[in-house]
Design a protein around this ligand. Structure first.
Ligand SMILES: Cc1cc2nc3c(=O)[nH]c(=O)nc-3n(C[C@H](O)[C@H](O)[C@H](O)COP(=O)(O)O)c2cc1C
Length: 169
């Protein structure tokens, strides 16, 4: 296992538009010792309820949603290595419902205070679930979003997680 150090939040230079939107992240969940990772390019970090938070958006159809709904924690893992792009493509195409993606991608699970994360990551946000909200299309102010993203009714659930720790290696 790699040696991860806690990284002070105040020193963080983190551009969410490139880190999440362009370089992508892996959301890691674990239930009863069975872990899974899913690629995400939608998400945010910020402040809510007086806490530092990360927000992730997960569609109904994802195995990750099933695991998230059964667990109190998750992690958002980032990589610096370009080679990880093909791995993230794989984690973003195949479902953990159908195969053990961690074994398939030769990835390993590490833990911090019981929160699972990928040992191959360079930078990790460990999170405690604070809220779970289904995003309903009737709430959209811009109705074009429904046609653009939800023709199949595979809705997103928004999970707000308190960032417990930032780790870097
Ligand atoms: C670049 C990329 C970004 C993605 N971002 C998201 C996302 O933010 N939310 C989501 O629900 N699915 C997203 N996906 C799709 C899931 O990663 C994909 O459906 C995955 O196979 C789900 O895995 P699971 O069933 O093991 O949870 C993305 C896929 C890729 C390739």
């Amino acid at each position: 296992m790699h040696d991860f150090q806690p990284y002070p939040m105040e020193l963080l230079e983190f551009n969410p538009f490139t880190k999440i939107g362009k370089e992508w992240a892996a959301i890691v969940t674990e239930v009863d010792g069975k872990a899974n990772a899913m690629t995400a390019s939608w998400g945010s970090v910020g402040v809510l309820w007086g806490k530092n938070i990360a927000t992730i958006f997960v569609r109904e159809s994802r195995y990750t949603k099933e695991l998230l709904d059964k667990s109190d924690t998750f992690s958002v893992c980032f990589f610096e290595d370009d080679k990880m792009h093909s791995t993230l493509n794989y984690l973003g195409k195949v479902s953990g419902r159908n195969e053990d993606k961690l074994a398939g991608a030769r990835l390993h699970i590490n833990h911090s205070d019981g929160v699972p994360f990928l040992d191959e990551a360079k930078f990790v946000l460990t999170c405690k679930k604070l809220s779970t909200t289904l995003i309903k299309t009737e709430d959209f102010n811009d109705p074009s979003l429904k046609d653009q993203f939800y023709q199949d009714n595979d809705l997103h659930t928004m999970y707000v997680g308190e960032i417990l720790q930032v780790y870097a290696r």
